[in-house]
Design a protein around this ligand. Structure first.
Ligand SMILES: C[S@@+](CC[C@H](N)C(=O)[O-])C[C@H]1O[C@@H](n2cnc3c(N)ncnc32)[C@H](O)[C@@H]1O
Length: 371
């Protein structure tokens, strides 16, 4: 088949794909004249395929709502064994490429050309995936409106500068929430996204249970089960009380952050059963291990950068710091959100004490640390 743009063959996971052979740049996706394919998003599809293989509910019919080249939908069918696959895409030129890619992988799929919101109003699916350019907010109300989304929804957001605090006014407009630009900004942004989904669900007498949520590259991602009945949502507002220390608040006074999801971001039970497959890249496998390590940790984390600034001392090696916290009975684990972040249940005073104990000797500048 001929396409009005150069194409090249590639493989990703179990899929053999024909994709536009065009210059790419790293970073968030933007719409171009040809169908969109971003190999750096393979980490998103790798982890999503692993979790869909162990999805807590039966997945018969799935919808890749914004399919582009069909990369993710095809991987869902090949790697997660989904039987009835629908690929939806607004761009006619992309739909032609999807057809070719479905054929190349010997699959049968229902391929639809149209607006995702219309598709969601016309049919029910066990799992719906929403992976847009930028914010998912234009599509989420329709996804939660669908009567039978009892299976689940996968949501990717690439408007991380908005969710993670660089553009707080835009976050307020899009997600009706206040972010914070800080070392924990990405976790806050992901919790704002999950909280937004929880609020949409609650408005329709449904609730959500996150199965897996993570950040990588320039995106945040959550895969959640939509429960067709309301349950008290783990939503709240917090204020930043110190390095990595966020305290829940009930009033609307002050510099609060949120509303955001304060419950578990993943199912540790399901996460514990996941393992890389033959199609998982090394980087994705490492991210999975990191997510498994932190799956039942409490919200937020402290960074040794923040503590070093506050204590005016050089930071200890992260392993020494986490070991010190564990030796006095606390939990401490690294987090995928930040290379120098530690999730711990230790109170702030013990966090600082261990930091000081484990800081390289002679590294303080001799002045009194900030209290
Ligand atoms: C970021 S790309 C999707 C990438 C794809 N999920 C993947 O894994 O490679 C977003 C796609 O959504 C399509 N799109 C944008 N608005 C749409 C709408 N309202 N309905 C259906 N498709 C839409 C665009 O044409 C584009 O192909």
């Amino acid at each position: 088949m001929d396409f009005p743009f150069p194409v090249v063959e590639t493989t990703e996971g179990a899929a053999r794909l024909l994709v536009p052979d065009v210059p790419r740049r790293r970073g968030p996706a933007t719409a171009g004249p040809w169908p969109f394919y971003n190999p750096t998003m393979a980490v998103n599809r790798d982890l999503s395929a692993i979790v869909l293989r162990r999805w807590p509910q039966r997945l018969t019919s799935v919808l890749d709502g914004l399919a582009a080249t069909g990369a993710w939908g095809i991987r869902m069918a090949l790697e997660a064994g989904v039987r009835a696959l629908t690929l939806n895409e607004r761009s006619e030129i992309a739909v032609d490429l999807i057809r070719e890619n479905v054929r190349r992988n010997d699959l049968h799929a229902d391929i639809r050309a149209g607006d995702l919101r219309t598709r969601l109003s016309e049919a029910d699916y066990d799992f719906v995936d929403i992976d847009p350019f930028g914010p998912p907010t234009p599509f989420l109300p329709a996804a939660f409106e669908a009567p039978e989304v009892a299976g689940g929804i996968g949501v990717t957001a690439t408007d991380t500068a908005v969710l993670c605090g660089t553009y707080p006014d835009a976050c307020q407009r899009r997600y009706d929430a206040r972010p914070l630009r800080c070392p924990q900004g990405t976790e806050i942004g992901l919790r704002i996204l999950i909280g937004y989904c929880a609020r949409l669900a609650a408005a329709r007498s449904k609730s959500v249970q996150p199965i897996l949520a993570f950040a990588a590259e320039h995106f945040v991602r959550v895969l959640l089960v939509v429960v067709p009945r309301s349950r008290p949502a783990s939503l709240g507002r917090v204020v930043r009380a110190g390095p990595g220390h966020f305290v829940r608040v009930s009033g609307l006074a002050g510099d609060w952050i949120g509303p955001l999801w304060l419950g578990p971001m993943s199912s540790s039970e399901i996460l514990g059963r996941l393992s890389p497959t033959a199609w998982t890249s090394g980087g994705s496998a490492r991210l999975l291990a990191s997510l498994q390590g932190e799956s039942d940790a409490a919200p937020f984390f402290v960074t040794t950068d923040e503590l070093a600034a506050e204590e005016r001392a050089s930071p200890p090696k992260l392993e020494r710091f986490t070991a010190g916290l564990r030796e006095i009975g606390y939990r401490a684990t690294r987090t995928h959100f930040h290379p120098r972040g530690v999730k711990t249940d230790a109170p702030p005073e013990d966090v600082r004490r261990v930091f000081r104990d484990r800081a390289p000797s002679g590294s303080t500048d001799g002045s009194a640390p900030a209290s």
